[in-house]
Design a protein around this ligand. Structure first.
Ligand code: PRP
Ligand code: MN
Ligand code: MG
Length: 177
């Protein structure tokens, strides 16, 4: 598709939002001794890198990779683990870190999978939320920006694997050819 990109959220706006999110997270986990931040590959990598550097105290980071595919029989979506976390989850304070919540299917399934391992607590943080696209309800504890249903890229988020390296969030605008 021929397209161009337009800045939607600047690097500076992201930076300011991360300070606010980190303040909320630091307050929430003030009494936690071994917070485990779990990012979902690949989209969350840039956000995770910037967010974890603002979190105080003993913090560990880990990553999971999941694939989501449609299930023709139930018209729902299944999520398969491609790469699991290496960390023990049981008894830990776990914070899932995502770049974007769209339908909610990815986070909903990952949340269920991690809950089976009996963490001490499980919370969700997303930089971006598109509530208009939600298919399943997911309780989200920390949200950076609530955005309309736009096609976005940058700051970890891709379009056909491109644009993850943009330091800002951009809107993809289709062009006539
Ligand atoms: C994107 C995004 C979220 C997920 C949100 O990941 O990074 O992880 O989709 O969609 P959902 O709420 O409808 O499940 P994607 O599957 O494109 O993988 P990527 O992170 O490697 O780009
Ligand atoms: Mn993702
Ligand atoms: Mg993607």
């Amino acid at each position: 598709m021929k397209h161009t990109t337009e800045v939607m959220i600047t690097a500076e706006e992201i930076d300011q939002k991360l300070d606010i999110l980190a303040e909320q997270i630091n307050a929430h986990y003030a009494d936690s001794d071994r917070l485990l931040m779990v990012g979902l590959l690949k989209g969350s990598v840039v956000f995770m890198a910037d967010l974890c550097r603002r979190i105080k105290g003993h913090v560990e980071i880990d990553f999971m990779s999941v694939s989501s595919y449609g299930n023709a029989m139930t018209s729902s979506r299944d999520v398969k683990i491609l790469k699991d976390v290496q960390s023990e989850i049981q008894g830990r304070d776990v914070l899932i870190v995502e770049d974007l919540i769209d339908s909610g299917n990815t986070l909903n399934k990952v949340r269920d999978m991690l809950l089976l391992r009996e963490p001490k607590s499980l919370a969700l943080c997303t930089l971006l939320d598109k509530p208009e696209r939600r298919e399943v309800d997911v309780p989200v504890d920390f949200i950076g920006f609530t955005i309309p249903d736009e096609f976005i890229v940058g700051y970890g988020i891709d379009y056909a694997e491109q644009y993850r390296n943009l330091p800002y969030i951009a809107k993809v605008v289709p062009l006539e050819d």
